[in-house]
Design a protein around this ligand. Sequence first.
Ligand code: KIV
Length: 278
Amino acid sequence: MTEPGKRSVHSLLQKKRNGERIVCLTAYDCPLARIEQEAGIDLILVGDSINMAVLGDETTLGATMDLMIAHTRAVRRGAPETLVVGDMPFGSYQPSEALAIENAMRFLVEGGADAVKLEGGSGRALERVEAILDSGIPVMGHIGLLPQSLRKAGGYRVVGSSQRDRLMAEGRALADAGAFAVVVESVEEALAREITDSIEVPTIGIGAGRYTDGQVLVVNDVLGMSGDFAPRFVRKYAELGSLAAGAVNAYVRDVREGSFPAREHCYKPVDRKDAETK
Ligand code: KIV
């Protein structure tokens, strides 16, 4: 049974008050979610980055609600005791307040998530955050580089001091609206620090330097499964891509040369009374 409070967003607020750092990673499937839960991660984000990291697309824009729900459910199965946040994909909350609430609810009811995240801290995005919160669903904000606005921004760019006032206001607005945390993506370290110090709710940084309350990374980048893609802010903790390539190459070789399957992989005769099935 889940320990009371373990999956509560309030546990993160408490961590900020206690000065404890918050650890978050993305996960998209059950086996990795299980590993992350066993490592004691604070928060798992089922990011729309799945569209790039797993489906191989160039942007996050093609992630759909059905895709996100299926993977959120898989993550929940692997990490039943961990706070899981579903990332609302492009088009799932922008068109109307009613659609935003309906889709946020799907994350909780069908996906088993504890909360949702959406991009933006002003205008329509802020209104959607307020509407979703008003229906009783915890929301994590996201400011700085917004991958879903890539087409408008004209590319992935680090957000610097020229955007200071806007970003500070967005962080403040999300905290005032009741967001339980705010992702700060690709923001100069000093500015990310200033935002962190100015709001009561935790900031979770990605490419935002050392002074946010927590850190999040895309798990495929951490595990070395993203090919040559290596943003400056990522630290690779494994080379699973090379390991997997080695294993698949060995399998191809063994089947071709006839050394797999070997005798030990074959069933014994099945017409014996005590026939084995495994
Ligand atoms: O989709 C995602 O993985 C994200 C993180 C990079 C914060 O939004």
